[in-house]
Write a protein that binds this ligand. Structure first.
Ligand SMILES: Cc1cc2nc3c(=O)[nH]c(=O)nc-3n(C[C@H](O)[C@H](O)[C@H](O)COP(=O)(O)OP(=O)(O)OC[C@H]3O[C@@H](n4cnc5c(N)ncnc54)[C@H](O)[C@@H]3O)c2cc1C
Length: 465
């Protein structure tokens, strides 16, 4: 890969203006890491384009000079996807932060990629509208990053993931061509769906420059239930029962007991029944008060008949924020733990196998003398596995890959997958073959080759080079 020389810097400056370029190493530090533990790569240069046309010019230049380009959104990724492993151009979308249109007639929003997801949600809410995907990082991740990762979130159990809301995209190919994929259309089967190829492509196929999202009317009613269970098995059984009864809550989140107790300490306040093995937070939403009441009563009864310790029903908005506070503060609580964070995984198994997965993980963590904090999106079988090495030295360069491999193998044995939301990025490249057979990897590599024959866009991600 080519280095950035003075001529390239000059040309980039001509494209985006000198105020939208950073070359000072100290200032580039902020772009050298994301939220993946322990990784840091300083880019050759940071560019902050404001339009698709500028991105097109940057890509034409990079393609002809064979300079690597790494797209970056909010930098909250947990697989190192936005890290410039080969230096080159770090292309930040932070200046492309305008919501262009809220189209009530068609229930669509048109936005640039650098809009913070939570801000987009608040803006559409002002119009009585609702954008459901809600990654826990929504106060800092960008909507463009969400599309590149096909982000999920607690509400996926009822509303699905980012992919379910993308109706159209504008993208810039590695050779600089600008393409429009679909539009404000609820159905479109004209040829292969390139739209679906780009969603979840982790910035390796094209740069997303404009997004058309489907939105819904805002559900006015919201009821939260906090339910502690003595055993994770009981929590899973209760969830299976109420889903089978036809109740589909917006979220069913799980916090394993150790995670609850860590947050209790971090927040400095008592959480009821924090000695339980599992807490679940169930959120029901809708516009019909009577239906919400019927549903939460039925869930409460099922839970109590399945050994729940208590069922707290929370309708007051301020109290609801409190109920969610431990779950939302997991990331920060983790950072405050003594020792070193050595893994932040996002495994997924069929929902009924969550207890088996957690029991296996506990055993493996015990064997490696590390602390396990597991929690996540129980409704869709997606369990986050955050691991802290209290000694900061037990997990050396040899033991850590062994440990990770063990937990991935157990997940696959339970018919699961190694990543539900965070992507392969940089950290899971070696394990791609755990989830896919060689033919699938060959087809994927073929797709990469068609989009990016010179391998300049986010090289060193998803596949081994
Ligand atoms: C505390 C915490 C909680 C989290 N909770 C969740 C969760 O609930 N659900 C979930 O899915 N994830 C979660 N994540 C992970 C992360 O927030 C998501 O992956 C998010 O979608 C990343 O968005 P970002 O804007 O920060 O992207 P970045 O980290 O900047 O980039 C991620 C990837 O997208 C690519 N990319 C970014 N913008 C573009 C673009 N415009 N065009 C092409 N490629 C682009 C990058 O190259 C990179 O490969 C969490 C992370 C943290 C730290």
């Amino acid at each position: 890969m080519a280095e950035i020389d003075e001529e390239v810097v000059r040309e980039l400056q001509d494209i985006v203006g000198k105020d939208n370029i950073i070359t000072d190493e100290q200032l580039m530090e902020a772009y050298s890491h994301d939220e993946t533990p322990g990784l840091k790569y300083i880019p050759g240069i940071v560019v902050k384009p404001e339009t698709a046309k500028q991105i097109s010019e940057i890509m034409k230049l990079a393609n002809s000079e064979k300079v690597p380009v790494t797209p970056r959104g909010g930098g909250t990724g947990l697989s190192g996807g936005a890290l410039p492993v080969y230096g080159g151009i770090l292309l930040s979308t932070e200046m492309m932060n305008r919501i262009k249109e809220i189209d009530r007639d068609n229930l669509m929003v048109v936005t640039e990629p650098g809009v913070i997801t939570g801000k987009l949600q608040k803006e559409v809410e002002k119009h009585g509208l609702f954008y459901p995907p809600d990654p826990i990082s929504l106060d800092s991740c960008f909507i463009g990053g969400n599309i590149a990762e096909n982000a999920g979130g607690p509400r996926a159990v009822k509303y699905g993931v980012t992919r379910n809301y993308v109706s159209g995209l504008e993208i810039v190919l590695p050779n600089g061509e600008i393409l429009k994929l679909s539009g404000k259309l609820l159905k479109n089967v004209t040829g292969y769906s390139l739209l679906d190829v780009i969603i979840g492509s982790e910035g390796t196929l094209a740069i997303i420059t404009e997004i058309i999202l489907k939105i819904l009317p805002f559900p006015e009613g919201k009821v939260d239930l906090l339910i502690p269970f003595k055993r994770i098995e009981d929590a899973t059984e209760a969830v299976t029962k109420f889903l089978n009864d036809g109740i589909v809550p917006a979220t069913i989140e799980l916090m394993e007991g150790e995670s609850v107790r860590m947050c209790e300490e971090f927040l400095g306040r008592d959480i009821p029944f924090s000695n339980a093995e599992a807490h679940i937070i169930v959120e029901l939403d809708g516009n019909k008060r009577g239906e919400l009441e019927e549903d939460y009563e039925q869930i409460g009864n099922i839970a109590l008949n399945t050994n729940a310790i208590e069922v707290f029903v929370v309708e007051d908005r301020a109290m609801q924020v409190k109920v969610w506070e431990p779950r939302r503060s997991m990331g920060e609580a983790l950072k405050a733990q003594p020792g070193k964070i050595v893994a932040r995984e996002d495994l997924v198994v069929p929902r009924s196998r969550i207890p088996a997965l957690i029991r296996k993980l506990k055993k493996i963590c015990e064997d490696y003398a590390v602390k396990l904090y597991s929690f996540g999106h129980m409704g869709d079988g997606n369990i986050h596995v955050d691991v802290v090495d209290p000694s900061s030295i037990t997990m050396d360069e040899k033991r850590l890959p062994q440990f990770v491999e063990e937990i991935y193998k157990e997940t696959i044995l339970l018919d699961g997958a190694i990543t539900a939301e965070h992507g392969i990025g940089l950290t899971k490249i070696k394990y791609l073959k755990f989830g896919l057979d060689s033919t699938q990897i060959k087809v994927m590599r073929g797709i990469k080759g068609v989009f990016d024959p010179n391998n300049i866009l986010n090289p060193g991600k998803i596949f081994e080079n």
